[in-house]
Design a protein around this ligand. Structure first.
Ligand code: FCB
Length: 291
């Protein structure tokens, strides 16, 4: 195997006290029978973001609806937001070592997150080709390393590596492109992201795509697994993180730049998503920006 296992364990967020409120967290979970990590994950409501998994060794057992599916070496599993996570080491395997990435996608990634083979909304891709397997593993490793570094722009580099990884996974789909997201919803996602400071109402948004507000709300939830406003809030917070990390803008300037007139309200929302206040978040990177 190409990866240096000890290295990956050192990078793993599981080794630190960790909040999954971030928009990109990645790690390596080496599970052996009766080891401390040998427990069954049980998240009936799933998570707010996506999870991409790759099995490196042994076998995992993943519940998809009423079925159990084995995740064997070089298998990829993609859990969309809100889909239950029930998985752990298969009883008949001594190990289940896997890599994983938790993330909130950029709007234009959404079409690439629709895989051909689905089991109860969970995407499954079994890697056959050795060269592809090495490429995908290297992609995971880069995302894990960048996302756990606190160097300047490391989050941007992690997202960049993740984007390439997601495109590579999508290229492996035999029907590639056949099930794109409803164009009205992707148009709106782009529109909202271009007009992030505007407080567009559901009525205004619905007019843009010639739908009734209730039809739009329903369709959006179906396609994106969350409401329009929850999605926009996440987008705003993610953009705020980028600005805090890589510019000299103050917290209130960032608050304005992402569409919140009231910096106190912005701080509350930001803390809810990122686990720390924008001020604390900015401090982590201040020293590096001033170098
Ligand atoms: C770890 C699991 C991994 C993934 C992350 C979010 O504990 O080992 O599969 O679910 O949590």
């Amino acid at each position: 195997m190409e990866l240096d296992q000890q290295d990956m364990v050192n990078y793993s967020p599981l080794m630190k006290s960790f909040t999954f409120n971030a928009y990109l967290v990645a790690g390596y979970t080496p599970i052996s029978r009766a080891s401390p990590l040998d427990f069954y994950i049980n998240r009936p409501g799933g998570m707010k973001g996506y999870i991409l998994h790759m099995t490196l060794r042994g076998e995992g057992r993943i519940k998809a609806g009423n079925r159990y599916i084995a995740s064997c070496q070089n298998d990829l599993f993609l859990f969309p937001p809100g889909v239950a996570h029930h998985y752990g080491r298969s009883e008949n395997s001594e190990h289940w070592d896997h890599l994983w990435i938790y993330f909130h996608p950029r709007p234009y990634w959404l079409d690439w997150l629709r895989w051909d083979r689905l089991e109860d909304s969970i995407g499954i891709t079994r890697l056959q080709d050795a060269a592809f397997t090495a490429q995908i593993q290297a992609g995971f490793k880069e995302v894990i390393q960048q996302s756990s570094s606190d160097e300047l722009l490391s989050e941007a580099l992690a997202m960049n590596a993740l984007e390439r990884l997601i495109i590579s996974c999508f290229k492996l789909q035999p029907l590639c492109n056949h099930q794109s997201i409803d164009p009205r919803i992707s148009t709106l996602c782009h529109y909202i992201s271009e007009h992030i400071v505007d407080d567009l109402s559901i009525v205004q948004l619905a007019e843009k795509v010639f739908l009734s507000p209730s039809r739009l709300a329903h369709l959006f939830k179906n396609e994106m697994h969350q409401t329009i406003f929850a999605w926009r809030e996440q987008l705003r917070v993610n953009r705020a993180r980028n600005l805090l990390q890589s510019t000299h803008l103050t917290v209130s300037q960032v608050s304005q730049a992402v569409g919140y007139d009231d910096p106190l309200y912005f701080s509350r929302i930001f803390r809810h998503h990122a686990g720390v206040s924008p001020r604390e978040y900015k401090k982590r990177y201040e020293r590096m920006i001033s170098i």
